[in-house]
Design a protein around this ligand. Structure first.
Ligand SMILES: *Cc1c(COP(=O)(O)O)cnc(C)c1O
Length: 433
């Protein structure tokens, strides 16, 4: 049985016919045709379960990029004002869809698309890590993504702090794979007054665990800590309510579940309560400045941040990289996160059901089984010849990844994967067990 956020339950059956039946009754099945699916040498589409690393290309992307190339060719500098989507205010086209995606307050300017994830994390640390002699630590999870660790450690050093004293990583309990929410709360009860910033993921990249962001944000606030969320694996995967959770800031990338292409323009959320705080320290550039006065260069005046998250922009944005994000977010707007999350619960729940039936104790799923703590991805710990088994899966035309020493990560994505692919994938992964 799989309980989904909508409260629906499904009793799964192991047969191939049942997989076909689930596809026939899937209300989102048409969306698969809107993506380019890579093919094997034999012409068959691969089973693409790597959307947690790089989402597939929506077919509308090419025309959107070509439009910008045409506007550049035909209008050149005038395209800043006269392009079909004027470049000068290009980031504004993402305002509403960005707000819906992460649960920001409509019209409050809490979301901006800019830069890449790690850069945005650096920018947010400058503004929202405000250490005092008593409260000077950052709390992260274990394992954390290397780029996030590098960003935080180097940031701490840049402030004259020693990461060995000031970076704390909360670990799963002995014998467990994922961090318990009550352990985060317990840690904050004990040491919260030393923590300046709680910096946790929405979804852990390694285990696929969906953190209880609402509870964590509330606990952090109760202890006077700032809260930042790292949403690389959460954006486009699970429902987010950043405004209501009173998260101070969040950062995410757009090339994983958001399908906006390699190195796509990332996102950044700054809570409304900080949107009009020009005195917050920040690393500025002209695109965060007031667009009305940006070109009064002769005045040599001081930087005045525009209100909201847009005031953290630095450079003028790379239009050719922004265009695919338009194609991507139009689709998310059309489908809505509730419908996506519903299918995702079914799809990944079905994968778990099939794997558990046939695993023979040769592997275990370390992603929590609570449907609210599981997104698209399942992390499968393989006890026996893990690398060999992953290679065998690739050879059979399924794309998923391997994380040393023994984890296969598989992420069926509700926009373009099918139940039959989940069924096939399980056959391939469990062959000869
Ligand atoms: C994918 C990912 C990143 C990637 O960082 P970039 O700056 O986009 O290269 C960072 N952190 C986490 C947790 C990720 O999953």
């Amino acid at each position: 049985m799989s309980r989904t956020e909508s409260g629906a339950t499904t009793a799964f059956e192991p047969s191939q016919e049942f997989a076909r039946h689930l596809d026939e009754t899937d209300s989102l099945r048409e969306y698969r045709d809107r993506f380019h699916i890579p093919r094997r040498p034999n012409g068959e589409p691969v089973i693409y379960f790597a959307g947690n690393s790089l989402g597939l290309q929506p077919k509308t992307v090419r025309a959107m990029v070509e439009q910008e190339l045409d506007d550049w060719a035909e209008l050149a500098v005038d395209a800043h004002r006269k392009a079909r989507t004027p470049w000068y205010s290009y980031h504004e086209v993402f305002g509403e869809s960005g707000e819906r995606l992460v649960g920001a307050l409509p019209g409050a300017g809490e979301v901006v698309m800019m830069n890449s994830l790690t850069i945005n994390l650096h920018l947010m640390l400058v503004s929202f890590f405000r250490p005092t002699p008593k409260r000077h630590k950052i709390l992260m999870e274990y394992p954390a993504f290397p780029s996030d660790l590098y960003a935080v450690r180097t940031h701490l050093r840049s402030r004259g702090l020693d990461p060995n004293d000031t970076l704390v990583q909360i670990k799963p309990r002995e014998g467990e794979h994922t961090v318990r929410t009550e352990d985060i709360e317990g840690f904050l009860d004990e040491q919260g007054e030393q923590i300046a910033l709680v910096l946790l993921p929405g979804v852990n990249f390694h285990t696929g665990q969906v953190f209880d962001m609402a509870r964590i944000a509330a606990a952090a606030r109760n202890h006077g800590c700032a809260v930042g969320l790292q949403l690389a694996h959460a954006a486009g995967n699970v429902q987010l309510h950043l405004h209501d959770w009173e998260v101070d800031f969040a950062v995410w990338c757009s090339y994983k579940y958001l399908n906006a292409g390699p190195g796509a323009i990332a996102g950044c959320f700054v809570h409304e309560k900080h949107g009009n705080a020009p005195d917050l320290p920040r690393l500025a550039g002209w695109w965060g400045d007031d667009p009305e006065t940006r070109f009064q260069m002769h005045l040599q005046r001081d930087f005045v941040p525009q209100p909201g998250a847009a005031g953290w922009q630095v450079s003028n944005p790379p239009i050719l990289s922004m265009a695919p994000l338009k194609a991507s977010l139009e689709m998310f707007d059309e489908v809505g996160m509730d419908a996506l999350r519903h299918k995702s619960g079914q799809l990944t729940g079905y994968l778990r059901f099939l794997l558990q039936r046939s695993s023979n104790d040769r592997f275990e799923i370390i992603t929590p089984s609570d449907p609210d703590a599981q997104g698209c991805q399942l992390s499968i710990l393989v006890h026996d010849q893990p690398r060999h088994r992953h290679e065998a899966v690739l050879a059979e035309g399924a794309v998923c990844d391997f994380r040393e020493p023994n984890i296969i990560r598989a992420a069926p994505v509700p926009l373009y994967n099918t139940f039959h692919e989940v069924w096939r994938f399980t056959q391939i992964l469990t062959a000869n067990l």
